[in-house]
Ligand binder design. Structure first.
Ligand code: IMP
Length: 180
C-alpha cells in the first residue's frame, strides 16, 4: 500500500465522533417521535463504509428498529469515484408502507445514493424515506442528493477511519484521519 498509517493526521477524534453521533440520534428520535409517534423504523446500512456509524447510531435510537444491509461500491481502490456503481447485494424486502432510514458513511458526488434512494423508492414500498450520513462532502456533489440528517460536513479531503477505507484498510480506526 502506498500510504502509511504514521502519515495519517487526525481530523476528528473518537470522543467528538461519539458525542456528535449521540446528538444526531437525538435529532432523529425527535423527528420520528414528532411526526410518527415512534412507529417502527427500517434502518438500511450501506456496506461496507457505514458499518461503524450504523452500529453506533442505532444504539441510541428509541423506536422499534429493523435492520437491512446492502452492499454497493463506486470507488473501487481509488480515491476518486469511478463514476459507476457496483452492486454486490441489493436484496431488500417490501417495507409494507413502513418508514425507512438509509444510513451511509459519506455522500460525495451523490452517485451511489442517487441510485439507492431511487431504487428503494420505486421497488420497496417505503413510506417516509430518509437519509442519514456521517459526512456530507457538499463541494463534490454532482447528483441531486440532500441528506436529511448529517453529522459532519467535510471539504474535498480524502478521509479514512470509522468505516471509511483506503484500498480496504483503515475502516477499524476509532477516529477520522486524512493524508496530507
Ligand atoms: P459517491 O457515490 O460519489 O457519492 O461516493 C460515495 C462513496 O464513495 C462512499 O460510500 C465511500 O465509500 C466513498 N468515498 C467518498 N469519499 C470518500 C472519502 O473521503 N474516503 C473514503 N471513501 C470515500
Amino acid at each position: 500500500m502506498d500510504k502509511d498509517i504514521k502519515d495519517l493526521k487526525v481530523l476528528i477524534d473518537s470522543d467528538t465522533l461519539e458525542k456528535r453521533i449521540i446528538a444526531l440520534a437525538d435529532e432523529i428520535n425527535s423527528y420520528y417521535e414528532k411526526n410518527y409517534n415512534n412507529e417502527p423504523l427500517n434502518l438500511i446500512c450501506v456496506l461496507r463504509g457505514a458499518v461503524m456509524f450504523f452500529s453506533q447510531l442505532s444504539k441510541y435510537l428509541k423506536m422499534p428498529i429493523k435492520m437491512e444491509f446492502v452492499s454497493l461500491s463506486s470507488y473501487g481502490d481509488s480515491i476518486k469515484s469511478s463514476g459507476k456503481i457496483k452492486t454486490i447485494n441489493l436484496a431488500l424486502p417490501n417495507f409494507n408502507n413502513e418508514n425507512v432510514l438509509v444510513v451511509e458513511d459519506i455522500v460525495d458526488t451523490g452517485l451511489t445514493l442517487d441510485f439507492l434512494m431511487k431504487f428503494i423508492k420505486h421497488n420497496c414500498a417505503s413510506k417516509d424515506l430518509k437519509l442519514a450520513v456521517l459526512f456530507d462532502k457538499k463541494c463534490a456533489r454532482k447528483y441531486d442528493v440532500n441528506p436529511d440528517f448529517s453529522a459532519f460536513e467535510t471539504d474535498d479531503k480524502f478521509i479514512v477511519g470509522f468505516g471509511l477505507d483506503y484500498m480496504g484498510y483503515y475502516r477499524n480506526l476509532n477516529y477520522i484521519g486524512y493524508f496530507d
